[in-house]
Design a protein around this ligand. Structure first.
Ligand code: IPM
Ligand code: MN
Length: 357
């Protein structure tokens, strides 16, 4: 089959890891007889520099006309002080998610046994961790009413955590469906219902939706407690569902269960065209030094093959190849430990390609 993939490398290490993921896709195409057609688009700072806008119409059009989107990362110090609507994060990534209707961000987080000692967390705590966080992606404080004003000489600013029942219902449903496909069939809904009104609606809605899924167990947890439980005993989680901001924060934290943010892939789904991107950012501090870990992006393409193209065998092949490379001791800087072999971005991909061959 032929698939059209919009490729948006973006900024910083995004431009280094995306070409590596494409090498992996090319290998899959060759091995399993598929055709991937790549069309590059500009986004973020790169788009500002070239066109004056972080999300050009052309890029959006390209995404609409593709079967899936592969995104690297966006942003950097050069564009941090632009007016809000032009900043890469708020001017490009958020509208892209909204325009494409990607209300669900899926971030699987598991412990790789080869990386048990690479994490800052104890091996005994991590052992057996295999969870997925489902983050609501087009609502909450990111998109609610916001503003800034000066009253009596005092400046103030606000962002509003706004959720409607249909928005909560669809994401919670998606979490229940995901849990159904897993062994434990457990959903933990994370909120702050002891304080926030939006969380009270969230919890009521989750309880109502749960009635349609008698085979799935629903529990609730306050977000502060969830942050603590993630490092105290991550094994307790199966599927976690939460609102946008909580999910943003908790998934950075959860990435350490896989030893590094450089290991965490993500899929943003819900619309006609899904978007795949590593959970990490553009990492200006290491950009251009060939140090970036390409595995989060490579694993994101595995999610693309599975979720968008239903190529499950191919997806598993990539994931297995990554595991083998790690167990052979190859490491980028972020997961490096004594006694292992340090490789750069491209060499790490070379190793993955070898395993796929
Ligand atoms: C993420 C990122 C983005 C977010 C930023 C870059 C806008 O941190 O995908 O987690 O906050 O959603
Ligand atoms: Mn984030």
């Amino acid at each position: 089959m032929a698939y059209r993939i919009a490729v948006l490398p973006g900024d910083g290490i995004g431009t280094e890891v995306v070409p590596q993921a494409i090498r992996v896709l090319d290998k899959i195409a060759e091995k399993y007889g598929h055709q991937f057609e790549y069309n590059q688009g500009l986004i973020g700072g790169a788009a500002i520099d070239a066109t004056g806008h972080p999300l050009p119409e052309e890029t959006l059009g390209l995404c609409y006309n593709s079967d899936a989107v592969l995104l690297g990362a966006i942003g950097g110090p050069k564009w941090d002080n632009l007016p809000t609507h032009l900043r890469p994060e708020v001017g490009a990534l958020l509208p892209l998610r909204k325009e494409l209707g990607l209300y669900a961000n899926i971030r699987p987080c598991r412990m790789y046994s080869a990386l048990a000692d690479a994490s800052t967390l104890k091996k005994e705590v991590l052992e057996g961790t295999d969870m997925v966080v489902i983050r609501e992606l087009t609502g909450g404080m990111y998109f609610g009413p916001k503003g800034r004003e000066t009253v009596d000489g005092v400046e103030r600013a606000w962002d509003t955590m706004l959720y409607s029942t249909p928005e909560i219902e669809r994401i919670v449903r998606l979490a229940f469906e995901a849990a159904r496909k897993r062994t434990r069939k457990e959903v933990c809904s994370v909120d702050k219902a002891n304080v926030l009104e939006a969380s009270r609606l969230w919890r009521e809605t989750a309880i109502r939706v749960a009635a349609d899924y008698p085979d799935v167990t629903l529990t609730h947890m306050y977000v502060d407690n969830a942050a603590m439980q993630l490092v105290r005993n991550p094994r307790q989680f199966d599927v976690v569902v939460t609102e946008n901001t909580f999910g943003d924060i908790l998934t950075d934290q959860a990435s350490m269960l896989s030893a590094s943010l450089g290991m965490l892939p993500s899929a943003s789904i819900g619309g006609n065209v899904a978007l795949y991107e590593p959970a990490h950012g553009s990492a200006p501090d290491i950009a251009g030094q060939k140090k970036a870990n390409p595995l989060a992006t490579i694993l994101s393409t595995a999610m693309m093959l599975e979720y968008s193209f239903n190529l499950v065998t191919e997806a598993r092949a990539i994931e297995d190849a990554v595991e083998k490379v790690l167990s052979k001791g190859f490491r980028t800087g972020d997961i490096m430990e004594a006694g292992k072999t340090l490789v750069n971005t491209e060499e790490m991909t070379d190793r993955v390609l070898e395993e796929l061959a």
